[in-house]
Design a protein. Sequence first.
Lengths: 323, 368
Amino acid sequence: MDALSIAIAVFDSGVRLSVPLLFACLAGLWSERSGVVDIGLEGKMLVAAFAAAAAAHATHSAWIGVLAGVGASVAFALVHGFAAISQRGNQIVSGVAINMLAAGLTALVGNAWYSQGGRTPPLDGAARFQPVTLPGAEAARGVPVIGPLYADVLSSHTVLVYGALLATLLTAVALKRTRFGLRIRAVGENPAAVDTAGVSVAALRYAAVIIAGVLCGFGGAYLSLAQAAGFLPGMTAGKGFIALAALIFAKWRAWPALGACFLFGLLDAISIRLQGVSLPWVGLVPVQAIQALPYALTVVLLAGFIGRAIPPRASGLPYVKER
Amino acid sequence: MSAAPIELPRWADYVLVPALAVAAAFVIAGLVVLAIGENPLESTAILLRGALATGEGVGFTLYYATNFIFTGLAVAVAFHAGLFNIGGEGQATLGGLGAALVCLQFESLPGWLLVPLGALSAAAFGALWALVPGYLQAKRGSHIVITTIMFNMLASALLVYLLVNVMGRPGSMSPETRTFVPAAHVPFLHEILARFGVVIPTTPLNGSFVLALAAAFGVWLLIWRTRLGYAIRTVGANPSAAVYAGISISRITMIAMMISGGLAGLLAVNEIMGVQDRLLLEFTGGYGFIGIAVALMGRSHPVGIVLASLLFGVLYQGGTELAFDKPAITRDMIVTISGLVILFAGALDGVFRAPLGRFFASRRRGDA
């Protein structure tokens, strides 16, 4: 394989791997912009992946699968919201609980239903998302460089990949250009001011938490219905945490989130590509080092050694109305 | 943990609220068992019998409890300083590395020296791995929760790298080190007691259990009977008061994180030096996370933590037996229950506290 086709293959798989990160990252963005810290992204994606695979298996419809995944994820999001907003409980503790609950329940129920060690039966045909070909992709393939780039990296993905891009656009526009978005941002910075203006802090935060649930639902469904053909216990494998890292990297903004997720997805693709490969003058590349890079970069960034990542001011703080 | 403090009598705070949280967790777990078509009461009976009916069951229960005591104490010490250390997994992983380095390096040492050295090294590695997030929180203002999550991920990547490329046994397909010399092994309790002519069933329960109890006592001494413990509690309860009292918050943050990480690192003494006798992947088995449930249930008090650890030990051992009898109920049930306990004891405790607070308040008014 020549360098160009290797690069295209790596970019193509980088796009695929960054999609679940992007969904989860945008979910975290909505939640944290409204002042609710969410470390339960991982758990919400996991239940969504399971529910999506189970529903798609039962109905042979990928779309019903997505619906079930979103439903399950939103249910977990509402538990988090109830604990964080109504009960003013500890948001970190609630997030940890969501993650453990999701890991336990999906494996338990999956094993009880299908007796395959927690896996769902393999999905095929209409129960999965198939790649769509963008208009003109085949015709453009002949054009040097740009052709394969368009046909492989941009085209031939599942609908959900384009859905993630659309979600980024919607998030960016909604937060920046709509009244609702302005209020969400305000409630994450200064809830008392929003309250004084006569807008319900709780309602706004619930709305943000539900949006986060929907987005995690898409991310999870992508994992089990598009990337893989079915559910595997623990298949999120830390993606929720990488998404959290990407969120910090993007400084809680939508378009930078797209960039950060694509960067981390690309790193993942590169590390898979380099598994067991010996490069000239580098030798055997320690794959783990590349996999650990997102985490290490996030630590460095948070510590303020390069730039500074400042979270929304009221994030993590329950709002207590003054009496 | 809830934002609006609700005044409760001490016994209600320390006993009633955690008990209600655990009860709620079990009710929901029972519903899950019903939903997958098994009988919750029968399952509970099998679980309790598996954990407590035989000497072997009790031995395994205490062996699991050892891990929970270490990770529960680790979370609790950080809690007292107002810090949330979710890095127990990573710190225990590094603890395993520290134990293994000593055990593999100083093979010629006698056991009475090698075992304590290994344990010290485990604690030191765990402490250092926790110090970095502690330092970053204290001096650079990065959030300890996020940093410890990232350090969990970094620790697991580091261990995979080391076991695959550096420390792995040559010619072995599974990433693990060679077996330690017998001198590095923490004696099993059945081995120790056999010397005194007492015969108990063969179980993985080892000397680490005694170390765990000693650590619990040590934490009690530290938190409630020393100057440092007072400083830790002050920083946790009221940081601005601590500053007025001349306590350095950043210093206490780093010290508390080191103690916390050291305790988590000791998990490796039980798992690596007590049972596995070699370093391998994923020996931390999620104990670090369940330690959060243990600390929340035990209200960060060593006595509560030991009791909560025993409960989780029973769940772990009984759950293994249950999975054997009823294949539909796997060990994942225990993870589910832990998640529920964390949710009810740590994030939804207001659900119980609010009505209890009203109840006790009306009682007080009635008395007056």
